[in-house]
Design a protein around this ligand. Structure first.
Ligand code: R5P
Length: 303
């Protein structure tokens, strides 16, 4: 078996944790931007050729990163890798899965086909698939696995969960995560109705039968992007009498200003997986991703 993890500096810690879990080496990929914005990517000399290269990079802020992983995949093949697998804990561009308006590209499909063309396999975590049932419809013809962070989120929440805590899904799309976590922790759950009127303009309604008064409420979602969904949900829960409002999600893309807005709206605590490194990304995914890679047999020798 000769396999190694290769990572850019933005995911170095998570990539090393994954390599440690798999018992293989981790190597850093050098990158730099030229003054005109073009990228240079360099695979450093490694002690032994890795016939299986696991290229680790989360595709948040995706535009430059996507170009750079294509360069890295080509460089890895040129350095002797016989298969290059993409490990992208966060897979960007999955939300535009239809043309919402005439003239729009279905970016999910374009990115999925690009990945299928340049990689021999893909592992990701909780991709944002709304109207598409499975990831292999998006990334065709290569082995693809979408692991869920829900068990890891549940385990993290279980550490200091107050009895009687209520879990809230802010919209229909969050229901699978809320259901899984509520079942694991044996908690009550409700799912709100959401209407998005703009990027940062979200209106929510709780189910009429919801009893939140005085209870600890934990909002569960797959992605925190601008934070507007959590802000609207926390505001509503506070107005409905919730005692304390917390939140947990798989991915956090929100920057410092959006996190501040979210805390100001009454979210006492937010914890997310480390799919996108950041101040709230406290739940490591190395074990779930490592298990998926082992199950796929990617560490076995190529015949
Ligand atoms: C929507 O379908 C997702 O589940 C999230 O609720 C949404 O993407 C969060 O975005 P934002 O933080 O910008 O409201």
């Amino acid at each position: 078996m000769s396999a190694a993890v290769f990572a850019f500096c933005d995911g170095d810690e998570q990539a090393r944790a994954l390599a440690g879990n798999l018992g293989i080496a981790a190597h850093g990929i050098e990158r730099r931007a030229f003054p005109d914005g073009e990228s240079l990517v360099r695979i450093p000399p490694v002690p032994a050729v890795a016939e299986t290269a696991l290229l680790f990079r989360s595709l948040n802020d995706p535009n430059v990163k996507i170009v750079e992983i294509l360069f890295a995949a080509a460089a890895l093949r040129a350095s002797g890798a016989r298969r290059v697998m993409l490990v992208a804990p966060y897979l960007g561009y999955m939300r535009q899965d239809v043309a919402f308006h005439p003239g729009e590209a279905i970016s999910q499909r374009v990115i999925g086909e690009l990945i299928a063309e340049h990689f021999d396999g893909l592992v990701t975590v909780d991709p944002h698939l709304h109207r598409i049932a499975a990831l292999d419809q998006v990334v065709p013809a290569i082995p693809v696995v979408a692991v869920s962070a829900a068990p890891a989120l549940a385990a993290a929440l279980a550490r200091d969960m107050e009895p009687g805590t209520l879990l809230i899904g802010p919209d229909r799309e969050s229901a699978p995560w809320v259901e899984r976590i509520a079942a694991r922790l044996n908690l009550d759950m409700i799912v709100a109705e959401k209407c998005r009127r703009g990027d940062r303009d979200v209106v929510l309604r709780l189910p009429e039968a919801a009893r939140v008064d005085g209870r600890v409420a934990v909002i569960i979602d797959d992605i925190v992007s601008s934070g507007s969904t959590l802000i609207a949900c926390a505001t509503l829960l506070r107005a409905s009498g919730a005692g304390r409002v917390e939140a947990a999600a798989t991915h956090c893309l929100a920057g410092p200003a959006d996190l501040e807005r979210l805390y100001a709206a009454g979210v006492a605590r937010l914890c997310t997986s480390d799919s996108v490194p950041g101040p709230v990304a406290t739940i490591p995914l190395a074990t779930v991703i490592g298990n998926a890679i082992r199950e796929l047999g990617w560490l076995e020798s190529i015949r």
